[in-house]
Design a protein around this ligand. Sequence first.
Ligand code: IPD
Ligand code: CA
Ligand code: CA
Ligand code: CA
Length: 266
Amino acid sequence: MARSALLNVMVQAALKAGKSLSRDFGEVQNLQVSVKGPGDFVSQADFKAEKIVHDELMKARPTYGFMGEESAEEKGTDGAHRWIVDPLDGTTNFLHGIPQFAVSIALERNGEVVAGVIFNPATDELFTAEKGGGAFMNDRRIRVAARRVLSDCVIGSGVPHLGRGNHGKYLVELRHVMGEVAGIRRFGAAALDLAYVAAGRLDGFWESGLSPWDVAAGLILIREAGGFVSDMKGTTDIFGSGDVVAGNELIHKALVDVANRPVPTR
Ligand code: IPD
Ligand code: CA
Ligand code: CA
Ligand code: CA
């Protein structure tokens, strides 16, 4: 599979940041950690990885804009392109020594995500996709799972952390989905969850309260793997709403329906 020059830039940046994360993961107890809000942490490892990704990407394409979780957004001069970066998705896992975290890098062109890379340095799994070129894991083509009914499906989700205000809404969604599916998983890194949907490991996924850097690369991976992604209403306003629902065509639709069932009155 031939990667474009741009995708190669993204892959090199993700691998380099991944090396830094692996080193810090080995000494996680010595890292400086600060608290952004209740249950919301950031460490030196996040900042270092973001600087590496930023410098690699901006060296290669200095006119592009840059949006990263841990820094102020930089407007590009070319007006069309923007990098969207989560340098460490799964910080809470990382800080607990759980090897489920990733670097996530997406490229947006005229408001549309056209390339994405998600790299888990702990498992050496590299997920890549470019618009029209298919989705890959370590150079092997990946596709979303083919299961057709929710009762056969394992569905991923994200449970809102302590400071997030949507616990009640989440419990209602959970109750509805739990009553329909074979099983639910919560792995703790949304970008990787979406990569798992693209790879057919998870049949579907839903979460609310996400930011563009959590989902941008995952969106194109899933679409290029033959899947469907939307917000909870089934529209494409994923960045605006912070919601994501994903799966193959049938499972995506079934999840949107189930997640929107009215709250039971008793
Ligand atoms: C978080 C993870 C987590 C999700 C949270 C995100 P971070 O990202 O993706 O799975 O449930 O909503 O904020 O802060 O570790 O990059
Ligand atoms: Ca964070
Ligand atoms: Ca994240
Ligand atoms: Ca992050």
